[in-house]
Design a protein around this ligand. Structure first.
Ligand SMILES: [Ca+2]
Ligand SMILES: [Ca+2]
Length: 441
């Protein structure tokens, strides 16, 4: 029951929620932070009016000892910034009230991981009006500075810094004094998620833009043999480099790639114009240069095949280190070979081998389940496919139920034999596999 309540709370938050991170009305949990000649103090609101009539605000002054243009003041939170849940972003905007002495200045919001400041994201905007309280909003769903990567859903951010007007290092006067209040997290419209494993390219709320390199182009496209399936496409030309490839996503995944001592194999479905094409799969880090990679050859031409990459076979400085947080995945076709002509490759379903949820996004299989949540039974119905078999897993990935040789468009699963909680049901049909979530009340 606890799990269900939690999930319902989570779902009801997404899309229209907001939460106040800090309003400076209570004593800060930790000493304020300052950097490069900037400082922060909590003061009585000197400009109390209808735009902000609260008692306390933060005052940031630039130009102290060691002043730099990036001087800033900040706060250390008592708990992590609640931006994400299990690597999935819950919010996509940060807003705050500011009062500045000059119109049109730039402001950066920087969030850092407490123990490791290099794990940070920075978002910027400008303040249009001076000498009044205005609300500014940072769009944290895009990486809009060249200073850092995008935010990563799995990193706990606990330190916040506010950098005003990087055209000046400041002089501690009123012209270098800025006020901040009411820092809030917001969800505006659809909260676009970073890509995560398994990558099926099917979800509409996930950023599947690709970050390619070595003069190749990579993009979201449709399957050359099944127009209802979305896939990745990589095009090489004679001017591409031998090391041309692409990242899945722009800035890495929102979660770490879940390698474990016993799970070191990844699979990717590929569609190549020729057999014997070397395909390299590489895992990298947002915060570190270490990488691991494995190469295999295609064995089919002009049809899909599943390539298996066993990272336990990686060698040399590319050995997989389970202590590292690999959160980027790159694929290279014709790896190490300079192309002589234009070639097109497709790829789909990048996943940990046999990852349960890997089959969860087969959107062209239409299913309905009722009732759900349920106490007694679930009825599974398909409208455009025939159910062949069902397997049900608990949240730990253990199979708790299965039924075979169904060959029907509806099937009933008894629910009363299971403990309350969330289950994943793998529905095998003649159109493919789909995974759906069942909730036992
Ligand atoms: Ca306040
Ligand atoms: Ca797909």
């Amino acid at each position: 029951m606890k799990n269900i309540t939690f999930l319902l709370m989570l779902f009801s938050c997404i899309g229209f929620a907001q939460v106040t991170v800090m309003d400076f009305e209570t004593t800060l949990a930790n000493a304020p932070l300052g950097n490069a000649g900037g400082s922060l103090t909590v003061v009585n609101n000197p400009f109390s009016n209808a735009d902000n009539n609260s008692a306390k605000v933060a005052k940031i002054v630039k130009g102290g000892s060691g002043a730099q243009v990036w001087g800033s003041g900040g706060v250390e939170l008592s708990a992590q910034l609640p931006l994400s849940s299990n690597g999935n972003l819950t919010y996509n905007r940060i807003s705050m009230k500011v009062y500045v002495p000059k119109a049109g200045i730039g402001v950066e919001f920087e969030a850092q991981n407490g123990p490791d400041w290099q794990k940070r994201f920075i978002s910027s905007t400008t303040v249009a009006e001076a000498n009044k309280w205005v609300t500014i909003t940072f769009d944290i769903s895009v990486d809009n500075t060249s200073l850092s990567g995008a935010l990563n859903g799995y990193i706990p951010y606990t330190k916040l810094f506010f950098v005003f007007d990087k055209t000046s290092s400041g002089d501690q006067s009123a012209n270098s004094t800025y006020y901040v209040d009411d820092i809030r997290l917001l969800a505006q419209g659809n909260v676009v998620q970073q890509a995560n494993l398994p990558v099926t390219f099917e979800q509409t709320n996930v950023d599947f833009r690709m970050n390619s390199f070595g003069t190749v182009t990579a993009s979201l496209d449709v399957d050359p043999v099944n127009s209802s399936n979305k896939v990745g496409k990589l095009v090489q030309t004679a001017s591409s480099d031998a090391w041309g490839g692409t990242l899945f996503g722009m800035d890495g995944f929102g979660k770490k790639i879940p390698f474990t001592a016993t799970e070191k194999i990844m699979t990717v479905d590929v569609y190549s114009p020729a057999v014997g094409i070397p395909v390299l799969l590489k895992v990298e880090r947002s915060f570190g240069s270490e990488a691991s990679q494995v190469q295999v050859n295609t064995t089919k031409a002009n049809e899909w095949e599943t390539l298996s990459f066993d990272f336990s076979t990686a060698t040399g400085d590319k050995v997989l280190n389970l202590n590292l947080d690999y959160d980027k995945l790159a694929i290279f076709f014709n790896a190490g070979v300079k192309p002589s002509a234009q070639e097109t490759y497709y790829f789909d379903n990048a996943q940990m081998k046999d990852q349960i949820a890997s089959v969860g996004d087969n959107v062209f299989i239409e299913t309905s389940i009722y009732p759900n949540p349920s106490r007694n039974q679930w009825t599974i119905k398909t409208t455009n496919a025939s159910i062949k078999s069902l397997s049900m897993f608990n949240i730990l990935g253990r199979q708790v139920y299965s039924a075979r040789n169904i060959n029907n468009t509806s099937e009933v699963i008894p629910a009363n034999q299971f403990a309350s909680g969330v289950y994943l049901l793998k529905v095998q049909t003649d159109l493919g596999v789909k995974t759906v979530k069942l909730i036992r009340e």
